[in-house]
Design a protein around this ligand. Structure first.
Ligand code: ADP
Ligand code: ZN
Length: 732
């Protein structure tokens, strides 16, 4: 048997089973006991199935994020296409022209001006048949029969041509086209469009960096509406022309449809799309297209960073601050950071784009590790939205505690409807009411499995109380489950309540809601977004989903119902997240010809996240937040590892975490690592398990990881109850 290459698939015995694996490394230097090593049964590929550099990237990821190489390589591989299913191997009929068909055209349209010579016998070709033949004459790969029927050409026209031998029809395998579901609107980029002076300067710098063909990272800090997409596109085209390929990462395809459609429009068949919303079959197809080299631009979410693309010259990470680049299951990698490693290994340019860069990235730009490229202005000199803050404490004092929409926001909404403009209303909390309590015994309705209160969804008879963590659901009872008293009340509110309030305020308005509940049904998300874009919705209420990357030119008002939702979180990134969310959502207003306005309701109008988001002053926010991070020794100054130990009992979780903490502390000082905890995690109970938390901080991740890994190795019984999160984005 030939020696397998790295990246090849092999069939190997594993325990009592036989499984397919991927060759990760050449083990010629391994020092394992020979008797424990079993021979490979079969080598399936002579060439790497996964390119060797992607295998290397997966190994790096596994090590850095303290995950198993098995977990990691699994997330790199294409999902198994479900064999035998009707949709797994869709085929399509494609017609192409034959030599006889070419002659038929020539005869049907004899050359003019040729005198003498033998006359050919005239062939009877109908107008429709000639249309088919002419279309095919200029389509070397043929034209699919559905395309013909879309042009109004009936199947029997083609069938007759086939019978005469003018046309042949073959069956082609059809790669499902995920853009059909992922794209909301036609491309908006006009190739003849002139870049603004700022865009042109940024393009000149970035394209020079790409041409250098060495590893560099550029932070493209461009305010909302400054035209970053246009730059990604032109840069991609330039890199592609230089014979290299492009990886374009976005936080969520369906939420950034402009990018998907713009790239599709510009690069046609040479684009592949990779994201988790696709079916397994679709993802498999796309992976194979990339692997075959049919593609030189990949647009995708987090996991596309492992796309089997060769000769990568440019990696773009759009909205690089977005938390969805972090995977919240093993391997817990940060897609943006893996992208940087991939760029380094490929000698490529990595562009991180955002209007609100993460603290880490901006810090790296200030110390010169990244090149900072700035777009300070919106395109066409459009102004940023003006932002007004409404102090809800005054509103509650004057109108009672049950106010959802302030008078200012109500008036602004009504004015928009009169002017037939559109509005977005953000509340980053789902449901109708966020708590139920008893006025008699003060008892609350909490999740039996998690340490959170149940959230009420729906109104009237269809009311349900649901846990947002484990999905436990129950009917809202008429009497208190604790004291049987009939005085149950709802408190707090979420997007469903806001939606109801907007409908009550504007009975004639077309109101829709966009949050995780509203998009359960497949296709609902794109449907809502395209209806809003088409102007069939006046007011769109939603969670952070409405804040991301959208370009809706007719939105002139953005309302933020409770700007402080995230500030109460026991998470060191709470201020950063709040600032980013507010700046991003405010940036959705005034992207067309009419200027935009934003109204931000808050009970902490003086909090710096809210103040500085109001002024859309990123740099002031960064300076302020950096001081806090420095004082508290949080990233970007020190790295964090969050370790969670779970157990059926509270004492069990705390004791086991204490044991791990003790072992880590033994070597901590020498390694410059500090250990915090154990303490009950902010989310103290989840899905029936108690959670104890251990935070380690240090400047050397390798040492921190090493300490943790040896502590955990001493407690193999904890293996399934412990989670190690390197560079966590959330420490709840
Ligand atoms: P960003 O991603 O920076 O928020 P977009 O890329 O969505 O901004 O661009 C904002 C809007 O400006 C889009 O509608 C885009 O088509 C338009 N646009 C971009 N560049 C130009 C330009 N040079 N001239 C005119 N319009 C532009
Ligand atoms: Zn629960």
């Amino acid at each position: 048997m030939a020696r397998p290459v790295v990246g090849a698939r092999v069939v190997v015995p594993l325990g009592t089973r036989v499984v397919t694996g991927i060759v990760m490394d050449d083990a010629s230097a391994a020092t394992i006991d020979d008797a424990a090593v079993k021979p490979i049964r079969e080598v399936l590929d002579a060439e790497p199935f996964v390119p060797a550099d992607v295998v290397g990237l997966a190994l790096w990821t596994a090590e850095y994020y303290a995950a198993g190489p098995g977990d990691t390589i699994t997330s790199v591989l294409p999902p198994k296409a479900r064999g035998g299913r009707a949709d797994a191997h869709k085929t399509i009929r494609v017609a192409s022209i034959t030599v006889a068909g070419l002659e038929a055209i020539a005869v049907a349209r004899p050359f003019q001006g040729r005198e003498g010579g033998p006359e050919r016998p005239a062939l009877q070709v109908t107008a429709k048949q000639r249309e088919v033949l002419e279309a095919l004459a200029s389509a070397p790969d043929g034209i699919s029969t559905p395309q013909f029927s879309a042009r109004g050409i009936a199947a029997d026209v083609i069938a007759r041509l086939v019978r005469h031998g003018f046309v042949s029809v073959r069956q082609d395998r059809l790669d499902r086209d995920p853009f059909q579901t992922a794209v909301v609107q036609p491309a908006v980029v006009d190739p003849a469009r002139r870049l603004t002076a700022e865009q042109a300067a940024a393009f000149a710098r970035l394209s020079a960096m790409a041409e250098a063909r060495r590893f560099q990272v550029a932070l493209l800090h461009g305010v909302t509406g400054s035209g970053k997409t246009e730059l990604y596109l032109r840069l991609s085209a330039a890199v592609r022309e230089s014979g290299r390929s492009v990886l374009m990462l976005v936080p969520e395809i369906a939420l950034t449809p402009v990018i998907a459609s713009v790239f599709r429009h510009a690069f046609g068949e040479r684009v592949a799309i990779q994201h988790s919303g696709l079916s397994d079959g679709e993802r498999h197809d796309q992976w194979q297209r990339i692997r075959r080299g049919d593609v030189d631009v990949v647009v995708g979410t987090r996991s596309a960073v492992f796309a089997p693309l060769e000769r990568v010259g440019l990696i773009v990470v759009d909205e690089e601050h977005d938390a969805s680049y972090k995977q919240d299951e093993s391997p817990r990698y940060q897609g943006r950071d893996v992208a940087i490693i991939r760029g380094q290994r490929a000698n490529a340019l990595v562009v991180l784009g955002s209007a609100t860069p993460s603290m880490e990235s901006y810090y790296n730009a200030t110390i010169g590790r990244y090149e900072r490229v700035v777009l300070e202005k919106r395109v066409l000199d459009r102004p940023l939205a003006t932002v007004r803050a409404v102090d809800m404490r005054e509103e509650y004092a004057e109108r009672g505690p049950d106010v959802v929409l302030s008078r200012a926001l109500e008036a602004a909404l009504v004015a928009r409807l009169e002017r037939r403009e559109q509005a977005l209303v953000l509340l980053n909390r789902r449901g109708f009411a966020t708590a139920v309590f008893c006025r008699q015994c003060a008892g609350t309705m909490d999740c039996p499995n998690c340490s959170v209160s149940l959230v009420v969804h729906g109104e009237g008879a269809s009311r349900r109380a649901r846990c947002h963590y484990c999905n436990y659901t129950m009917r809202v009872p008429a009497a208190c489950p604790h004291c049987a008293g009939p005085y149950l009340e709802q408190a707090g509110f979420g997007t469903e309540r806001v939606e109801a309030e907007v409908r009550r305020l504007c009975p004639g308005a077309r109101v829709a809601r966009l949050d995780r509940d509203a998009i359960r049904r497949k296709g609902a998300l794109t449907e809502i977004l395209s209806r809003f874009r088409a102007g069939d919705i006046d007011v769109l209420v939603g969670t952070q989903m409405i804040a991301k990357g959208h370009d809706f030119p007719r939105v002139t008002l953005v309302g933020v119902v409770s700007a402080d939702v995230g500030l109460g979180m026991a998470d060191f990134r709470a201020s950063e997240r709040t600032f980013q969310l507010l700046t991003q959502v405010v940036g959705r207003a005034g992207r067309g010809d009419e200027p935009g306005e934003a109204i931000v309701q808050t009970i902490y109008p003086d909090h710096y996240s809210i103040q500085l988001a109001r002024h859309q002053d990123y740099c002031a926010f960064f300076d302020r937040e950096l001081k806090f991070r420095q004082q508290m020794r949080y990233p970007p100054f020190q790295s964090l590892v969050n370790t969670i130990v779970r157990s059926r009992t509270f004492a069990g979780a705390m004791d086991d975490a204490a044991d791990v903490a003790r072992r880590v502390r033994e070597g901590a000082d020498a390694a410059g690592v500090s250990v915090l905890g154990p303490a009950p995690a902010p989310l103290g109970r989840l899905r029936g398990e108690y959670r104890a938390q251990l935070l380690t901080k240090g400047s050397n991740r390798t040492r921190m990881r090493g300490l943790l890994q040896s502590a955990i190795a001493a407690r193999p019984d904890l293996d399934r109850r412990i989670t190690v999160d390197v560079d966590p984005v959330s420490v709840l």
